[in-house]
Design a binder for this molecule. Structure first.
Ligand SMILES: Cc1cc2nc3c(=O)[nH]c(=O)nc-3n(C[C@H](O)[C@H](O)[C@H](O)COP(=O)(O)OP(=O)(O)OC[C@H]3O[C@@H](n4cnc5c(N)ncnc54)[C@H](O)[C@@H]3O)c2cc1C
Length: 520
């Protein structure tokens, strides 16, 4: 076998998968048909859940240094500011990163790519997957090399991170049902001044469309995203000058574009692959699902697909788990993609519909509802949970198991375990729990109970954290509705695998063999 995992595509998803595997000691080969990393910014909203994963990879400081924190989003309709979503306040206490980080896809790829190089893995550019043959124990991939010749690579598994036109998907004849939207988007990188709230996202709703203005690093640097006015949809040569009248009509006549360094138009689709796996091949990121950019979820979802699959592939390639564990990738991530498609589709249709009624709804009703809703804390927090992706859960997964006896409002199996600040040793200072979890292994949290002397199945696989009984810990646990006593076995990706009131070694053993498919 030439490699454990052949990763096709070195966009954000492929680079994340390669990193997550390489740091767990899995041999990876990464190929991409382009000559080098993408230079366009494309996606630019990095959500809190992604930043939590960046922290585990050791790249969050660099991302924060290069990006721009947006702590609020402002909604404008008919020239008036109608609502502000206070992202910072809405997410306070829920994550170390209560905001959206505005950081272009090119910068994200550079940071994740640098980390991969540190792990000793180099992307093979100008190398295209052209054929695949699957056998019971391996996949043979044919790659076209920079000099035009072909070579064959044998891999135990293939990660198809090769974008919307995925060859891995097509070579496995996996359908990609969905449709294109009739609207054409544009993106522009500009130097602009106007009435925009500085340092925050500004959303302009107008009768026949919308504009989003994202604050970028640098003075007066704004990324503008919008849909082309209907008359321009078929134009092949639209420019910033063409969209300025509609932009000024909403963002105010005072809006001045001093420079535009990039203007591009694109048509988007909403599609999800029928399956995320065919035997030894997996689909991740845009290869598996594409949707409207409303909500800045696309790149983030691909990064989390990679995080979900990587720890499972690592356990299987290292012979520590049976291949049945890999079935849970599709089981967990396909419903996430389908839900995302449905919600972004609904939101998108509302903000772009051409109908007169929708225009009225957008500029009058939606603006008022948003102003009303966003003044309410529970709604703000619900919105933050959803957009930041910290609310994504796998409660229905076969990997999620709860022992009876936990209250209904306690964190459940499948949830991302909440962010807590705890005293992890008696009389020690309060620490960020996420910083203490080892995401290369499982982590067992024991609350109000001693660590059993022997947990055979977990040896070498898990870190055990017995949380000391202490008034500040009790208050923090109560805030997150974590009862005493309780135990939580966290998977490497931070989601709860098994939980319950008192840990019984036999129940743990059963979980490890029957749910996680660990080898004895
Ligand atoms: C103009 C534009 C604006 C966007 N704006 C946003 C936004 O604001 N927010 C958001 O969340 N998302 C946005 N997106 C979507 C976002 O860019 C994607 O979700 C993200 O790029 C997906 O990453 P990926 O790694 O899965 O795929 P990609 O980034 O598409 O990477 C796939 C890689 O696979 C390679 N490849 C393809 N076929 C082969 C092959 N046969 N052999 C070898 N290599 C191959 C390609 O060269 C490419 O490098 C935008 C997209 C576009 C086009």
């Amino acid at each position: 076998m030439d490699t454990d995992v052949l990763i096709v595509g070195a966009g954000p998803t492929g680079l994340m998968l390669a990193n997550q595997l390489a740091r767990r000691g899995v041999r990876v080969t990464v190929v991409d048909r382009h000559a080098g990393p993408a230079r366009e910014t494309r996606a630019l909203g990095v959500q809190a859940r992604t930043l939590e994963i960046y922290a585990q990879l050791g790249i969050v400081a660099r991302a924060l240094e290069l990006g721009r924190i947006a702590t609020g989003a402002n909604l404008w309709a008919q020239g008036r500011k109608t609502a502000r979503v206070p992202l910072g306040e809405a997410g306070r206490g829920l994550t170390p990163y209560p905001y959206v980080l505005i950081l272009g896809q090119d910068d994200n790829e550079r940071i994740i790519g640098d980390k991969l190089r540190e792990a000793g893995v180099a992307v093979q550019w100008n190398t295209e997957l052209v054929a695949l043959a699957q056998a019971a124990d391996k996949v043979t991939a044919t790659l076209r090399q920079p000099d035009g010749t072909s070579r064959k690579v044998e891999a135990a598994w293939v990660g198809g991170c090769d974008g919307a036109h995925s060859s891995v998907r097509e070579l496995n004849a996996i359908a990609f049902p969905g449709a294109p939207y009739e609207h054409v988007f544009y993106v522009a990188d500009t130097e602009a001044t106007g009435r925009m709230v500085p340092g925050e996202v500004n959303v302009y709703l107008w009768r026949t469309g919308f504009h989003l203005l994202f604050p970028m690093r640098g003075k007066d640097h704004w990324r503008i995203v919008g849909i082309l006015p209907p008359g321009l949809r078929d134009s092949k040569h639209a420019s910033i000058e063409d969209v300025l009248p509609s932009l000024r009509a909403e963002a105010g006549a005072g809006l001045a574009i001093k420079a535009c360094s990039w203007f591009s138009t694109y048509r988007i689709h909403h599609r999800a692959a029928q399956r995320f796996r065919d035997r030894r091949c997996f689909l991740l990121g845009d290869a598996a699902h594409i949707h409207s950019p409303v909500g800045a979820q696309g790149m983030n979802t691909g990064l989390q697909d990679a995080t979900n699959l990587a720890w499972k592939l690592a356990l299987v390639t290292q012979g520590r788990a049976h291949a049945a564990l890999l079935d849970t990738y599709q089981e967990e991530r396909l419903p996430v993609a389908q839900r995302l498609l449905a919600t972004t589709d609904r939101a998108f249709r509302l903000v772009v519909s051409d109908s007169w009624l929708a225009g009225l709804l957008r500029t009058k009703v939606l603006a008022r509802i948003a102003a009303f809703a966003m003044a309410r804390e529970p709604i703000q927090r619900f919105a933050f949970h959803t957009v930041s992706q910290i609310g994504i859960h796998y409660r229905a997964s076969s990997l999620s198991a709860s022992e009876p006896g936990l209250p209904d409002d306690a964190p459940r199996a499948g949830d991302r375990f909440p962010w807590l600040r705890l005293q992890l040793e008696p009389d020690a200072p309060v620490e960020d729990l996420f910083a203490k979890l080892d995401d290369k292994e499982f982590n067992l949290l024991l609350i109000g109970q001693p660590s059993p002397p022997d947990l055979p199945g977990l040896r070498g696989l898990s870190h055990i954290h017995a949380i000391p009984a202490d008034p500040s810990n009790a208050a923090e646990l109560a805030r997150a509705r974590i009862p005493n006593p309780s135990f939580y076995l966290l998977r490497p990706d931070g989601h709860v695998g098994l939980c319950g009131p008192l840990l019984q070694p036999a129940a743990l053993q059963r979980y490890l063999s029957q749910h996680l498919h660990l080898r004895p």
